[in-house]
Design a protein around this ligand. Structure first.
Ligand code: MSP
Length: 594
C-alpha cells in the first residue's frame, strides 16, 4: 500500500526553514543577529554524492559533484555546530556490465579494476579536502546485504514480477531505452550503428526473461510528491523537467539481468540465474551508508539531500523515489542537480583526449584555489566551460589580489604596528548617518558597506539553500571589493597613529575592515577551508568563534562589546594566496583596480 502523505509530515531540515525566516532588521541586535543559525541545534542532515563508476580515472566533473556536496555539508556544519548532526557519503559504483566490459578490455579481473580506480577516487577526495564521513564501495558485504534486503521488501510487497523484457540497452549509460530514444550513426566500419540519442553511446538489442518492477503504479504518487513539494528538486527547471517526463506513461522497469550475461553484480536472492540491475544496486548505497536495514537508518533518511549531475536525474527523481515508496519509505528530502563541465567548448571524453585530470589542477592551482574556481564558476543550471587562463585570472583577481591584498593592507606592520584588532570609535562612526557630529568621519558609502556585510551571511545561506553556491561566492567577492574601496577611500596609510585627531579614526577604519575580513573568512570556510583557516587564524579568531551562530558582525556599531577589540592578531603566516601569473602585465592590470 502506498502512503504518499507520510513524507509530507517528516520534519524539514533547518536549511529550508531558514529560507522562511523573515528578513532581519539591521538595527535589531538579537542572539542570532544574522538570521542564519539553525534554531534546532541538533538538526540532522545527510548529504550524498553520486557513487562514481570505476571504468575510468576521475575527472574534474566528478570532483565538481563531490565539491558541491562538500560545500553544502560544510555550510550546514557552520550552522549546526554538533558534528554528529551531519553525515556525508560518497563512494564508487563497482558492479554492472559497464565495469565488467571495461575490466575485460583492460585484461583485468573486475575486482582488480575496482580496487585500482576506487583507490584513485579516494586519494583524489582526500587531496581535495572532501570532508565525507563515509566512502562506500558497492562491492562491500554491508552493501550486498542492504540491497538483498531491499529487494526482499519489494518482492514481499508484490512489486516484482517475472516477465519477458525486450528492448534496447546501453551498457555505457547502464539504461534501457525506448525506440524513440535510439538513433543510427556511422560506426568505425562505416555501417550504421544504433546509439542512444541523448548520450551517443552504442546500444544493443536485449531480449530476456527478467524481474520487473511495477514502476507504472508510481506515476501519480510521484506527481503528487513533486507538486506538493516544489523544492524537492532544485534548481526549479529540473523539477519542472521531471514533472514533464511524468506527463507520459511510465513503463515498468526491468530490474535484473541474466547472470550468464551479467555476472559482475549482486545475485537476486533465491534466484542465482539473475543479477540485480546495477542502478537498483547503486541507488541503495544511500541507505547502506546510514545502516539500512538496521532501524537507526530511519533517523537519517528524512534528512537526505542528494547532489547529482543532470545526466542521472531520471534515476534519482523517478526510479529511486518510486523504489523507495514501493519499499514503504519517503522520497529523498532534496535532490540538488548540477550541469556539466565542458573543456574548451567540447564535452569531456576519453576518445577526444580532452579529459582534465583534477589532481594536476589541484597541484597547479592549489587545493583551495581549484575548489574556489569550480564552485565560483560552476552554475548548476547551465554547462560551464573550463580552460586554464580562466582559472588563473579568477584566482589572481579574487583571492590573491582582492582578498589577500585586503588582509595585507589591514595587518601589515607599517599600518598596524601594534599587531592588534584596534578599537572602534563610535563618535567617528555613529550608528546612524544622521548622528555624524564634528568628530564623525564615516560617509554614506561606509554605511552601505556595513549594511552589505551585515546582510551577507543571510544572503549566502539563502544561496546555499537554493543550491546557487556560485552566487554566494559572487556576493562575498562583491563585498570584498566594497571593503577594498572603503580602505582605499580612507587611505589609512596617510593617517597618523601619533595624532589624537587621526588615531581614533585610523583604528576604526582598520577595525571595520578586519570585521569584514572576519565575516569573509567565516563564510569562505565551506569552499576554501585552508585559506579561510589561515585568514581567521591571522585575525586571531579561535576555533570556537568560527560558526555562523557566533558571527556577530561589528557589535560595537550596534552598541555591544566586541570580543576582538584590543586582541592580538595571530602570527604572520605569509601571503594568503599565491599569485599565479607572475608577469608584469598582471601588476599593471590590477594596481589601478580600486
Ligand atoms: N554511477 C553513476 C551514479 C550512481 S549514483 C547512485 C554515475 N557515475 S558517473 O561516474 O558517471 O558520474 C558521477 C557524477 O559525475 C554524476 O553526477 C555526473 O553527472 C557527474 N559528471 C560526469 N561528468 C561530468 C562533467 N563533465 N561535468 C560535471 N559533472 C559530471 O553516473
Amino acid at each position: 500500500m502506498l502512503r504518499i502523505s507520510a513524507f509530507r509530515l517528516l520534519g524539514r531540515t533547518g536549511a529550508s526553514r531558514l529560507s522562511l525566516l523573515a528578513d532581519f532588521n539591521l538595527r535589531h541586535y538579537s542572539s542570532d543577529p544574522l538570521g542564519v543559525r539553525d534554531d534546532t541545534r541538533d538538526a540532522r542532515a545527510y548529504f550524498t554524492t553520486p557513487i562514481f563508476y570505476v571504468n575510468a580515472a576521475p575527472h574534474i566533473g566528478h570532483l565538481y559533484s563531490a565539491l558541491l556536496a562538500d560545500a553544502l555539508c560544510r555550510h550546514h556544519r557552520l550552522r549546526v555546530p554538533s558534528a554528529a548532526a551531519t553525515r556525508f557519503s560518497t563512494g564508487t559504483d563497482e558492479h554492472g556490465l559497464k565495469i565488467q566490459q571495461a575490466a575485460a578490455a583492460a585484461g583485468l579481473a573486475p575486482s582488480e579494476l575496482c580496487d585500482r580506480v576506487s583507490a584513485q577516487f579516494q586519494q583524489l577526495f582526500r587531496e581535495a579536502d572532501i570532508s565525507s564521513t563515509d566512502f562506500i564501495r558497492t562491492t562491500e558485504a554491508r552493501h550486498r546485504m542492504a540491497v538483498q534486503h531491499f529487494w526482499g521488501v519489494l518482492k514481499a510487497r508484490g512489486l516484482l514480477y517475472k516477465g519477458l523484457y525486450e528492448g534496447w540497452y546501453c551498457a555505457s549509460d547502464e539504461c534501457f531505452l525506448p525506440e524513440a530514444k535510439v538513433t543510427r550513426q556511422p560506426g568505425p566500419s562505416g555501417d550504421l550503428c544504433p546509439v542512444s540519442l541523448e548520450s551517443g553511446h552504442p546500444v544493443s538489442w536485449t531480449k530476456e526473461e527478467n524481474y520487473i518492477f511495477r514502476l507504472s503504479q508510481f506515476r501519480e504518487p510521484l506527481q503528487r510528491w513533486l507538486r506538493g513539494d516544489p523544492q524537492a528538486i532544485t534548481p526549479e527547471p529540473f523539477h519542472h523537467a521531471v514533472l514533464q517526463w511524468l506527463e507520459e506513461e511510465l513503463p515498468d522497469l526491468s530490474v535484473s539481468r541474466r547472470s550468464s550475461h551479467l555476472h559482475w553484480g549482486i545475485p537476486v536472492p533465491g534466484d542465482d540465474s539473475q543479477t540485480i540491475y546495477v542502478w537498483l544496486d547503486a541507488l541503495v548505497n544511500y541507505l547502506t551508508v546510514i545502516g539500512y536495514p538496521n532501524p537507526e537508518f530511519k533517523s537519517w533518511w528524512p534528512t537526505t539531500s542528494h547532489i547529482i549531475g543532470k545526466d542521472i536525474l531520471k534515476f534519482h527523481a523517478i526510479y529511486w523515489p518510486a523504489l523507495l515508496l514501493g519499499a514503504g519509505m519517503s522520497p529523498p528530502h532534496r535532490i540538488y542537480v548540477h550541469s556539466h563541465w565542458t573543456v574548451c567548448g567540447q564535452k569531456m571524453s576519453k576518445s577526444l583526449g580532452n579529459v582534465v585530470d583534477p589532481r594536476t589542477c589541484l597541484d597547479r592551482y592549489t587545493v583551495d584555489g581549484f575548489r574556489y574556481f569550480l564552485l565560483r564558476q560552476g552554475v548548476p543550471n547551465w554547462d560551464c566551460d573550463y580552460y586554464g587562463e580562466k582559472v588563473v585570472k579568477l584566482l589572481d583577481s579574487e583571492l590573491a589580489f582582492a582578498l589577500g591584498g585586503l588582509l595585507n593592507r589591514c595587518t601589515a606592520n607599517r599600518i598596524n604596528p601594534s599587531g592588534t584588532y584596534p578599537a572602534f570609535c563610535t563618535t567617528c562612526f555613529p550608528s546612524e548617518p544622521g548622528l555624524v557630529g564634528p568628530t564623525g568621519r564615516a560617509q554614506a558609502e561606509d554605511y552601505a558597506l556595513v549594511s552589505a556585510v551585515a546582510t551577507l551571511p543571510k544572503q549566502v545561506a539563502d544561496h546555499y539553500d537554493n543550491f546557487q553556491i556560485y552566487k554566494a561566492l559572487e556576493a562575498v567577492s562583491s563585498c570584498v571589493r566594497q571593503t577594498n574601496g572603503f580602505v582605499q577611500r580612507h587611505a589609512p596609510w596617510k593617517l597618523n597613529w601619533e595624532s589624537p585627531v587621526d588615531a581614533p579614526w585610523l583604528g576604526t577604519v582598520l577595525h571595520v575592515a578586519l570585521e569584514c575580513l572576519r565575516v569573509f573568512g567565516t563564510l569562505l570556510q565551506p569552499v576554501t577551508p585552508s585559506l579561510a583557516d589561515k585568514l581567521l587564524s591571522r585575525l586571531g579568531v579561535s576555533a570556537t568563534e568560527r560558526g555562523l551562530g557566533e558571527l556577530h558582525f561589528l557589535p560595537r556599531f550596534y552598541g555591544h562589546p566586541c570580543p576582538f577589540e584590543g586582541r592580538r592578531l595571530g602570527p604572520e603566516t605569509g601571503v594568503l594566496f599565491p599569485r599565479l601569473d607572475q608577469s608584469r602585465a598582471w601588476l599593471e592590470s590590477y594596481t589601478n583596480a580600486f
